[in-house]
Design a protein around this ligand. Structure first.
Ligand code: SF4
Ligand code: SF4
Length: 252
């Protein structure tokens, strides 16, 4: 059964469904801008999709604000539960619903699972959710290698639907706005962030040492049974400024 008669209607319907399902961010990316990188990361099958629908859910500030206490088991368990498990499930559900709508329209749609952990995503994902959000114009890649949004900083988790539907891209990659800030560099307990600004022609290793980050997580896990860090996410001023704003702006 076909519910959507032309593309703009499909774009609008996807956005509306995402919003009604609880997404705080929605965008469409033209993946041709990063085709070679996507193929090198995920292979030809993943690299064959021309568009991506990017959806994001803002993390709950009181949960993120517990991160300085991450060496206490209760805080680490709560963060793991609410910042990963619950939000990932919500994202996967929205991505699945959007994919079904696209399939009903006879388009291919592949929901890329929300990453289980920030370090999982950085080390072994088949597709970068942050890349899709960046190409959709939803934020910039910060010195922390996280996707920084103007409204919620890096305090957002992402999922992606890859598709061949001719959706209209929602924006261009955003210029970085880190400026002279080095807060994520200074707060990292293992010096995993070098402080170099993002450049498309440089490998990620120039900015970020994923192994150092991973081994820090594993050390906490051995000690507490659960290993979370995220201090680079916690400290970013583009997310922290919202702590002072009880009526935060509508993000979609
Ligand atoms: S998650 Fe922690 S260890 Fe990893 S880069 Fe961020 S601050 Fe450093
Ligand atoms: S903490 Fe500062 S340098 Fe790091 S990503 Fe945020 S704005 Fe950029």
């Amino acid at each position: 059964m076909l519910f959507y008669r032309h593309n703009m209607q499909l774009d609008d319907s996807l956005r509306k469904l995402a919003e009604e399902s609880g997404a705080d961010f929605f965008g469409v990316a033209d993946l041709s801008l990063a085709r070679d990188f996507i193929i090198s990361q995920g292979g030809l099958e993943i690299g064959g999709y021309p568009r991506a629908v990017s959806i994001g859910i803002a993390l709950l500030n009181p949960i993120v604000d517990q991160l300085p206490n991450r060496a206490e088991t209760a805080a680490a368990i709560e963060y793991r539960h609410h910042a990963y498990d619950v939000i990932n499930e919500r994202l996967d559900s929205i991505a699945s619903r959007l994919s079904s709508v696209l399939q009903k329209e006879n388009y291919r749609a592949y929901p890329v699972p929300a990453a289980k952990r920030i370090d999982d995503e950085r080390i072994c994902a088949i597709f970068s959710h942050k890349l899709a959000a960046h190409l959709a114009g939803l934020g910039w890649i910060g010195k922390s290698c996280l996707l920084i949004t103007p409204d919620a900083g890096p305090r957002v988790r992402w999922a992606t639907v890859l598709t061949d539907a001719p959706l209209k891209p929602t924006g261009q990659p955003m210029q970085e706005r880190c400026g002279d800030c080095r807060e994520c560099v200074q707060v990292c307990p293992v010096g995993a962030i070098t402080g170099r600004p993002f450049r498309e022609d440089e490998p990620r290793e120039a900015r970020y040492d994923a192994r150092k980050c991973e081994s820090y997580h594993k050390g906490l896990e051995r000690k507490l049974g659960v290993g979370v860090c995220g201090m680079c996410l916690y400290v970013c001023p583009h997310g922290r400024h919202r702590e002072q704003q009880p009526n935060s702006p509508k993000l979609l």
